[in-house]
Design a protein around this ligand. Structure first.
Ligand code: SF4
Length: 314
């Protein structure tokens, strides 16, 4: 199974910018972005980020607001903050060289078992396994595992990486999961590991891997209040990202409803009613939104306000 899989990867892999290098910093940035984010979404972010911060030293010296501005829209902003703190640690404690040692990597903020395995195998070609959603799906189907068993998965991934070139086999399995062995409609007829696949033999692809129970969706309703002074908006920084005042209920006063938007973060569905009005300004500042990092939800609220202004010809 290994040789057909690696050959398939060599011929069919997508040309992605982080595959044109083995620079551990670039691999690391790409892997951080790809956690919880699709390749197509992450691509332009990665290119902008690497253009502005091409080395770990440049990221270690960066202004946090600038880093968050480049990350804005990707979500899960703690990833960017951890990456910055970790870059500083690499410069201070490792002379600017990303460690090629598993335990040293695990000490960096935001680096867990998966991330350490990805950096060590892809950048340094060391035999460390990776298990992400794609690997879990492919290996569970190949071995025909109907039950969830994380230890068996990591052990199987470790055996594979010992038996082939680490950077090739790890990327090949992830790519197979992304492009061929998809969750809903695996393309078994063109799959290079079809002959070794228990799920294909038994026709159980749709039952493997077992579907994880998702937490019930939590519905949240909030009121966003847009207050302006000229071109500037009343905003507050929360963990480095700037937000409009967000309230469970409107206070007493005169507010005009100008829009409605919805945002989903993991299992939270947030419905936001957008108002214009005046608020007490404790802890808030007047900001120009073009120069600060804002989340996708804040951008949606801003668009509601812009649409309202256009509609009213303000
Ligand atoms: Fe996935 Fe089908 Fe290939 Fe098995 S044969 S690994 S189910 S695509």
């Amino acid at each position: 199974m290994l040789q057909p899989l690696v050959s398939w990867f060599e011929e069919n892999q997508r040309a992605l910018p982080w595959r044109a290098t083995y620079d551990p910093y670039h691999i690391w940035v790409s892997e951080v972005m790809l956690q919880q984010t699709q390749v197509e979404t992450a691509l332009p972010y990665y290119e902008r980020f690497i253009r502005e911060f091409p080395t770990v030293e440049s990221l270690a010296q960066a202004d946090e607001q600038r880093v968050l501005t480049l990350w804005a829209g990707l979500g899960y902003y703690s990833r960017a903050r951890n990456l910055m703190v970790a870059a500083k640690a690499v410069v201070q404690d490792h002379g600017g060289k990303i460690p090629s040692d598993y335990d040293a990597l695990l000490e960096l903020p935001g680096v867990g078992q998966y991330m350490a395995g990805a950096i060590l195998s892809i950048a340094f070609n060391k035999p460390y396994p990776v298990v992400d959603g794609n690997v879990r799906r492919v290996l569970s189907r190949i071995y025909g595992w109907m039950e969830e068993n994380p230890k068996a998965l990591w052990d199987a991934a470790a055996r594979l990486v010992e038996a082939a070139e680490p950077r090739m086999i790890n990327q090949a399995i992830m790519e197979l999961g992304a492009k061929v062995c998809s969750f809903r409609s695996p393309r078994c007829l063109i799959c290079p590991v079809q002959a070794s696949c228990a799920a294909f033999r038994t026709g159980t692809q749709d039952r493997i891997p077992p579907v994880k129970k998702r937490p019930a969706t939590v519905h949240v309703h909030l009121c966003a209040v847009v207050c302006t002074k000229g071109d500037r908006y009343l905003m507050k920084a929360v963990d480095g990202m700037w937000e409009f005042p967000m309230l469970a209920e409107l206070p007493e006063g005169s507010f005009e409803k100008i829009g409605q938007c919805r945002h989903t973060i993991t299992h939270h569905r947030i419905d936001v009613s957008v108002y214009r009005g005046k608020l007490r300004t404790n802890g808030f500042e007047w900001k120009n939104v073009d120069t600060i990092p804002i989340s996708s939800l804040t951008r949606k609220i801003l668009i509601s306000d812009k649409k309202h202004k256009m509609h009213k010809n303000l």
